[in-house]
Structure formats: structure tokens, C-alpha cells
Design a protein around this ligand. Structure first.
Ligand code: PGA
Length: 250
């Protein structure tokens, strides 16, 4: 049995006081969450606050991006060792907003995965198609290409140590969710592709769904055989909504 993992992706939202309120609310409701692994991915500058507030809890935390470089003259960048310095466990790599707004291509994302993994972070690798790609019938091709870049870079074994988030770009922040069956079909495709390389990895890797998952639709999505959690944007900013999703995961 794969342990479901629900991760909040706060993106560029919040303030010190918002985050305190949010985490107080999440901590207070964690008693109802039985089976899920829970994490939040915060803007870099708030990570020390998050680390302090989550100290001694079962809630993990991480960054939303990292540099491929270890240190040096890379203005504005944050390295894996800096994330680890503040006890981050996770880091999101290849989020579609990074890919589309900041030009991160498959090669760069694969390098980021490799650097995060080598440092001992758990990478949450985001893959997924745009609306145009879905309508063009190339959803599987796009997901396969994005995943293959990482498998080629690090090898299937190391993909087994991370988490994959299938996030159809057309569902992110739009209020349009993939139907449970649409999501399941792609998740099964992704797991099938992993299985072609290594059945053990395919069996163990958690594949999250992301894209307008919320308190109302989480249960149905999470009930699908190959959906092992969620990467939650908007609904992770309200304790009540986020907790409802975590509870729906078990
Ligand atoms: P959303 O974002 O839940 O707001 O659609 C998900 C994500 O981008 O990870």
C-alpha cells in the first residue's frame, strides 16, 4: 500500500501572519488525519518561520524550486543545501509555472531533480499537458517526454525515491478539475511507463494529482487506484480546506 501524500503548494502567497494562522489551523486539525503524509511548500523567505512552527509535528515542509548550482555567483537563486539547512524535506521541481513562465525545459528540470535527489531532498516532480496538448491528443506523449527526461538523467531507481505530481496545466488554478477517470487514466499511463523500467518502482512511487483539487472533489479523485495524493495550490491556503483534503486521503 502506498501512503498517500498531500502537499500544499503555497506559490507566492501569504505573509508571516497569514502563515502563522494557516499553520495553527492545520496543526489543530491534524488529529483527524490518519493515514496521509502531509507537507507544505512555502516561499523561500518564510521557510524559517515554517520550520519553527512545524517543529515537533508530523507535517513536513519544503521549497517550491531550487538551483542546479551548489553555490556561487547566481543572484537570486537558492541551493539544495540551503533548503536542507532549514530542515526542508521536499522540493517541487518542474512545476508548470516554472516551465511556462520561467522557461524551465525538460533538461533543466531533470538536472534539478538530480541535484535535489543527490542532496537528500525528496523531489516532487510535476508533469502534465496544456489544454492545447490535451485537445491535440498528445497528453500521454507529453507526460512521457517529461518523465523520460528525468529517468534518463538519474535512472529509474532514483525516480523511485521521489514523488510524481500529474498536473494537467488546464486544471491548475482554473477551477476546472480533471474528472477522476481522466486523472486515473494518465496516472495509470505514468505508472505503466515506470513499470516498463522497473515494476518495484512503479508499485512504490506515489503519483499525486494536482489541478483545482479541493475539499469537494478530493475524495473521489483520491479513491482512484493510481492517485496517491494531491499537490494543492489554492485550497492549501485555507486550513479548513486543506485539512478536508488531508482527511479525505485517509
Ligand atoms: P491549484 O494549483 O490547486 O490552485 O490548481 C495546483 C498546483 O499548481 O500545484
Amino acid at each position: 500500500m502506498r501512503k498517500p501524500i498531500i502537499a500544499g503548494n503555497w506559490k507566492m502567497n501569504g505573509s508571516r501572519s497569514d502563515i502563522k494562522t494557516l499553520l495553527d489551523g492545520i496543526k489543530a486539525g491534524m488529529g483527524d488525519v490518519n493515514a496521509a503524509e502531509v507537507a507544505v511548500c512555502a516561499p523561500y523567505i518564510y521557510i524559517p518561520d515554517v520550520a519553527e512552527q512545524l517543529n515537533g509535528t508530523a507535517i513536513g515542509f519544503g521549497g517550491q524550486n531550487l538551483s542546479t548550482e551548489a553555490k556561487g555567483a547566481f543572484t537570486g537563486e537558492i541551493s539544495a543545501s540551503m533548503l536542507l539547512d532549514f530542515s526542508c524535506k521536499y522540493v517541487i521541481v518542474g512545476h508548470s509555472e516554472r516551465r511556462t513562465l520561467y522557461g524551465e525545459d525538460d533538461t533543466l528540470v531533470a538536472k534539478k531533480y538530480a541535484v535535489a535527489h543527490a542532496a537528500g531532498l525528496v523531489p516532487i516532480l510535476c508533469i502534465g499537458e496544456t489544454l492545447e496538448e490535451r485537445e491535440g491528443g498528445v497528453t500521454e506523449e507529453v507526460c512521457a517526454r517529461q518523465l523520460k527526461a528525468v529517468i534518463d538523467e538519474v535512472g529509474i531507481g532514483k525516480v523511485g525515491d521521489g514523488v510524481i505530481a500529474y498536473e494537467p496545466v488546464w486544471a491548475i488554478g482554473t477551477g476546472k478539475t480533471a474528472t477522476p477517470q481522466q486523472a486515473q487514466d494518465v496516472h495509470a499511463f505514468i505508472r505503466g511507463m515506470l513499470a516498463e523500467h522497473d515494476q518495484g518502482v512503479a508499485d512504490k512511487v506515489r503519483i499525486q494529482y494536482g489541478g483545482s483539487m479541493n475539499a469537494g472533489n478530493a475524495k473521489e479523485l483520491l479513491a482512484m487506484a493510481d492517485i496517491d495524493g494531491g499537490l494543492i495550490g489554492g485550497a492549501s491556503l485555507k486550513a479548513e480546506d486543506f485539512l478536508a483534503i488531508c482527511t479525505a486521503a485517509g
